[in-house]
Ligand binder design. Structure first.
Ligand code: ACO
Length: 378
């Protein structure tokens, strides 16, 4: 039976509504992001990561008892299995980059009976453990075991450095993780939903999503965005440096978005968080320089790509905020995954409920009517 003809061909699926979700509302024209009913500006700075996770998974904020139970459940599976540790040791010895290590190690996280909620808990709880352990092993250090009394975000920073972080650092990281926790039908979330739509398991879905997030057009931008700020070095060089990049036809990392045609609202949330973090930091000149680079970039993008409405996206201030938390650029994308795994798993639950195979169509543009030739006659 032949397929019905697709109505319109949209190579990047732009404008295609592929699902309905209660998780987040991305209003690209107005530059608004609402997560489960809360404006991102409010949720990101007020919620703990655990509250935000509960909200995404259950559709409502937890009461004190529910929150304590979720914290306990996460703590119980934050220490990873020996199999996961073995994978991390092997890949660190082979100098595998952090996102690939996360992809490989997260494949070991499945619960024995493949229960969705157990899988989701393990994935969310173990992501920081995996990223931190791999980082330490790659630096020739022993991994640091998580502490049950520390929060999810605090544990991440603790397992990286071996030092209990300050309340300000934890709040800055939670603001970041909450800000990026969910964002409509982005490429990695779509990947996860496609996998679950085949009635596959959550670990498979999240491993696929990690692969999608790794690409420089999605989650791989903040490292290069920060490199640009460092390479520019001082505000007076911003214009000539960025102009040279655009003249070479390169893209400016941290700018432009498929959905937002105004400033990404998450950029403001993270810019304020970065400003608070850098207020007390010797590195605050870097924050000022970044503001100048941003201004020059927006001006030049309008000059080079008039009418395309290219503005700052989430990645530009991600880089600055995570740098302020002393995270190295190699960990920017894995840290994005530590936040986004909340949204991925929540979307997996929604997709499981919907239980509809995602299977779009293609338009055939290949050859027709060929006659077969045996290999010796070709
Ligand atoms: N720098 C220079 N030019 C750009 C940029 C940029 N950052 N972004 C888009 N353009 C150009 C495109 O090349 C295109 O030019 P053309 O019409 O002359 O061919 C034009 O602007 C319009 O591009 P769009 O179709 O609006 O861009 P698209 O939706 O395909 O891409 C994307 C969006 C991939 C995010 C793009 O803006 C980009 O590559 N940005 C840099 C990478 C980045 O920051 N990624 C993180 C995104 S946020 C996230 O995923 C979490």
């Amino acid at each position: 039976m032949s397929e019905k003809t697709a109505v319109t061909f949209a190579p990047g699926l732009e404008g295609v509504v592929a699902t309905r979700t209660r998780l987040s509302n991305v209003d690209g024209a107005a530059g608004r992001l609402v997560i489960a009913g809360f404006p991102v500006e409010e949720l990101a700075v007020r919620a703990s990561f655990e509250e935000m996770l509960y909200l995404l998974w259950n559709g409502a904020l937890p009461d004190a008892e529910e929150l304590a139970a979720l914290r306990r459940d996460l703590a119980a599976v934050r220490v990873v299995s020996q199999t996961t540790k073995d994978v991390l040791e092997a890949v660190a010895a082979e100098k595998v980059p952090p996102m690939d290590a996360l992809r490989m190690a997260s494949g070991t996280l499945g619960s024995r009976d493949g229960d969705d909620r157990d899988d989701a808990l393990r994935l969310v709880a173990a992501f920081p453990t995996i990223v931190a352990a791999h980082r330490r092993l790659s630096q020739g250090n022993e991994p640091v075991e998580p502490r049950p009394e520390l929060s999810h975000a605090a544990n991440y920073l603790y397992m990286l450095s071996g030092e209990v972080p300050s309340a300000e650092q934890v709040q800055a990281l939670e603001t970041y993780l909450n800000t990026v926790s969910d964002h409509g039908m982005n490429a990695s979330t779509f990947t996860a939903r496609v996998i679950v739509s085949t009635r596959s398991d959550l670990v498979s879905a999240v491993v696929g999503a990690v692969g999608a997030l790794k690409g420089p057009l999605h989650g791989g931008a903040p490292g290069p965005a920060l490199d640009v700020v460092f390479e520019i070095g001082e505000a007076s060089r911003a214009e000539s440096y960025l102009r040279a990049k655009l003249d070479r036809g390169e893209r400016l990392m941290g700018f432009g978005h498929r959905v937002y045609k105004v400033r990404d609202p998450r950029a403001d949330v993270l810019a304020s968080a970065a400003e608070r973090l850098y207020a007390t930091d010797a590195d605050r000149d870097l924050y000022r320089l970044a503001l100048e680079v941003e201004k020059a970039a927006i001006r030049l993008l309008e000059e080079y790509k008039p009418g395309r409405n290219l503005d700052t996206n989430v990645e530009f201030y991600t880089a600055l905020l995570l740098h302020g938390l002393r995270l190295p650029p190699e960990l920017f994308t894995p840290t994005f995954a530590v936040g986004r795994v909340a949204g991925w798993t929540a979307h997996c639950f929604e997709q499981r409920e919907l239980d509809r195979l995602i299977r779009p169509q293609s338009e055939y543009v290949g050859a027709e009517g060929r006659a077969w030739e045996p290999v010796e006659e070709r």
